[in-house]
Design a protein around this ligand. Structure first.
Ligand code: SIN
Ligand code: FE2
Length: 209
């Protein structure tokens, strides 16, 4: 376990290939799609979700939704192995009792990136973020509390898990453009699972830019 900052750790090679069949089942029911930002740009990362709540973005803003806007159906259920892995990682990082209600699944093709941002659409910042990397490697940017703060560059490989919570919960983070490659499990992609407790979003909150 490597400490990245107070409240943030990297667990190298913590997740295993056995997550893959569940990911394939989820994406068969709720396919990856390139969502629109509130500003009208298509995201380079393709996304889907599983669990009671899913993170979505479109012209009206960023928010959590209990249903897939493409089908109107609930998101696929959170696989028990996702919950177990997330709870184990969070516990090791100092956050016992983590029970995420949302899992965003990100698919990066070569060139896809995620600009520096804070995860702040959740209601409950007392709970950490657990982020699982599979497939092609990436350079993860782990910054401070202002977008302009200098960000550390951390290489993430297949199986690596990053947890940030407590004093690190609102740190800016992002991913540099993925380099082309081929991974035995995921082929030409990097897959990221981001597990979060979104909290009570029945009173829908929409964040606007
Ligand atoms: C995210 O912040 O949603 C994704 C982070 C990652 O892909 O590692
Ligand atoms: Fe994020």
């Amino acid at each position: 376990m490597i400490e990245l900052a107070p409240g943030a750790v990297l667990l190298p090679n913590f997740a295993a290939d056995d997550l893959w069949p569940a990911i394939q089942q989820i994406t068969a029911a709720a396919p990856f799609r390139h969502m629109l930002t509130p500003g009208g740009f298509k995201m380079s990362v393709a996304m889907t979700n599983c669990g009671p709540l899913g993170w979505v973005t479109d012209r009206s803003g960023y928010r959590y939704s209990p249903t897939d806007p493409q089908t109107g159906s609930p998101w696929p259920a959170m696989p028990p192995e996702f919950l177990a892995l997330a709870a184990r990682a969070a516990h090791l990082a100092g956050f016992p009792g983590f029970t995420p209600d949302a899992c965003l699944i990100n698919r990066y093709e070569p060139g896809a990136k995620m600009s520096l941002h804070q995860d702040n659409d959740e209601h409950d910042f007392s709970q950490p973020i657990v982020s699982v990397s599979l497939g092609l490697p990436a350079i993860f940017l782990f910054g401070g509390f202002e977008r302009s703060d200098k960000a550390a560059r951390i290489k993430l490989h297949h199986g690596d898990v990053v947890v940030w919570g407590g004093p690190a919960r609102l740190r800016y983070h992002g991913v540099l453009p993925i380099k082309p490659g081929e991974h035995p499990l995921t082929g030409p992609y990097r897959i990221n699972l981001t597990l979060r407790t979104a909290g009570d979003v029945t009173m829908e909150t929409v964040r606007r830019l």
